[in-house]
Every structure is written in structure tokens, then in C-alpha cells.
Design a protein around this ligand. Sequence first.
Ligand SMILES: [Zn+2]
Length: 78
Amino acid sequence: MKYLFILLVVLVIIWAIKRGRAKPSSDRPAAPEAAKPSEMVTCAHCGIHLPHDEAVTGEKGVYCSTEHRTAAQDRNPN
Ligand SMILES: [Zn+2]
């Protein structure tokens, strides 16, 4: 019974820590990222879907990485 009480106290402490850490994000439920979901694009080389923010732009299309842009024999238009 004594150990059960200690276990309960530990669980309450863990719960309190998690709750404390989660609080800053819960204070602002309308985060910019949640309000504006990034447009998904497809890598022209491997076909993987990724957010447009993380995509690498080439002359022929967009890619998931500079490696795939190079592999597709494309280059940065900039
Ligand atoms: Zn790719």
C-alpha cells in the first residue's frame, strides 16, 4: 500500500510537469502554423510529399532535397 502511494505521487508529479510544459502552446490555440497549413508539394524525383516550405526549387519542378534536384539533373533557377 505504501508503494502504491509513492507510485501515485510520482505519477502526479510527471503529470504536473507535462501539463506545465504543454501550457505555452495551449495558451495560444490559434498558432500561425495551425491556422495556415503549409501547401504540400511532390518531389519531382522520388515522388515524396512534403511541405512547400521544406521543398527545394529547381527549373523543372520542386524536390525534397538538393540531392534529388542534382540527381534529376536540374539546377536552382535563382
Ligand atoms: Zn525526392
